[in-house]
Each structure stands twice: as C-alpha cells, then as structure tokens.
Ligand binder design. Sequence first.
Ligand code: MG
Length: 286
Amino acid sequence: MKLVTFEQNGTERIGAVRGEGIVELTAVFPTMLTLIDNGTEGLSAAQAYLQSHSPTYQLDDVHLLAPIPNPRRNIMCLGHNYAEHAEESLIATGQTVELPEFPIIFTKATTAVNGPYDPFPFNAAISDKIDYEVELGVIIGKPGINIPPAEAISYIFGYTIINDISARDLQWQHKQFFKGKSLDGSCPMGPWIITADELDPTNLHITSRVNGITKQASNTRHMIFDIPTTIDHLSRGMTLLPGDIIATGTPSGVGFARTPPEFLQPGNILESEIENIGIMRTPIGT
Ligand code: MG
C-alpha cells in the first residue's frame, strides 16, 4: 500500500492511494502512528478497507502532509553512509579520507518535519548555507531491541523519501550536528509511505535536482551500512519503537562539497526522487 497523511478542511486524515485517488482510512485509524501501532493486524484492516471502498479524494486536491507529521521522537540519521559522499565531505572540510567503521548517528528534531511539497522557510539571518541531502527513509513497524540483521527487515513498516536539509554553517559552528540539522521545515518527508511488502530497498536510484538540474544521482545499493546492519547497530541496547524514522544517509553531490560550493537560494525548487517511491518538491524560501 501507498499510505498518505493529508489535511482537508483543517483536519489531519490518513488514506491509501489508489490510482490518482485516496481512499480515506481515518474511520479505521485516526493517524498514521495508530495504524503502525496496530502492526500486521492494522495493515490487514487497512487493506480490507481499501479493497471495499472507493476513493473519496483526488491526490491533486488535498494538501499532503509528511506521512508521520508529528513523530514521537527525533528522526535518526546516518552520516557518511555512501562512500563517495564521505570522501567529498572529508575533502571539502580538509580532513583525512577515512570511511566510518561504525555508522555515524545523529538526529533531527521532530519539529523539522515538513510536508512533501511544502516550502522550506529560508531565512538568511539564520543561515545562508542551506544544503540538500536526499535520503531513503525507513519506518519502523514494531518495538525491538538487539535486533539481529537477519531479522531486521521484519521490523520495517515501510519506506519514504526524506531530504535531510542542512544548515552547514550551524552544523559546523556547533560541532554536534543536531542544531544545524533541525531548523523548522528541514525534514521534508513523503510523498507517502510504501509498505515494506511492496518495495525492495536495496537497489533503487536516488536523485536530487535543484531547478531541474541533477545534483545527486546514485543507487541505494551503494550504502556502506545497509538497512539490516543499521537496524542492528541502532537497536543494540536501545529499543526501537513503532513509527521511528531512520534516514539512511545521502549520496555524493551535496552543495557544500562542490567546486565552488553551492547553497540553496530563495526561489529554488529542490526535488528529491527515489525509484519506485516518488518525487518530493520543496520550494526554498516562500
Ligand atoms: Mg544526511
């Protein structure tokens, strides 16, 4: 299923996409998190409802929100999880090129979450070094601790697209990534969740464009730490919860590592695309 959260008449609703329409599921589950909390039974109930009802909305007529607009806790993110991006970042900041031995993990504040087509509120007084990072997002479906890699896939509810928009000046000034990664609107997510049964995440083209010009183009098969390994590391001694969101790192081509460096400007359109999931469009600064 392709699951959306949307706003209609001022109310948050969820639904499943069929063709260009949405079958609203709000009568069964009020929010995406309640659907996820209900595990495989929840998915079966949503599927049954989808099969027995007709679309009530057209995708084009509603305001899509992030599929999980208010996560319970911070988005967990991997840094330097594609070798070419690790190399470009280390070279651009004058460091020794060394691939990570363990995943680099940081988080983004829940208040950074943004809709898939909503603008990023650019404010040059806060940061004029706004950069893009397209990433595959993994949504956890059930609680788990010490999850072995061989079982990790069974803990996944689904997949989405994330752009880990980054204020590079703040990221570097404050040493820890948290502040520079957590500006309001800096985590566009969506346009939907593709449930885990419908997507093989291991070999997907992943692309970003600014004003139609390709900036990042890679494949999820180039991740250094694949999704099972990432879930293994994250869950060691730390419980993962239903609805947790993991951003699995970005490929090379980010703005700050370019020669000369490029940063997003007001009026730019940032597109984030992953094969078999979809495309997000983020206008900058409006
Ligand atoms: Mg990132």
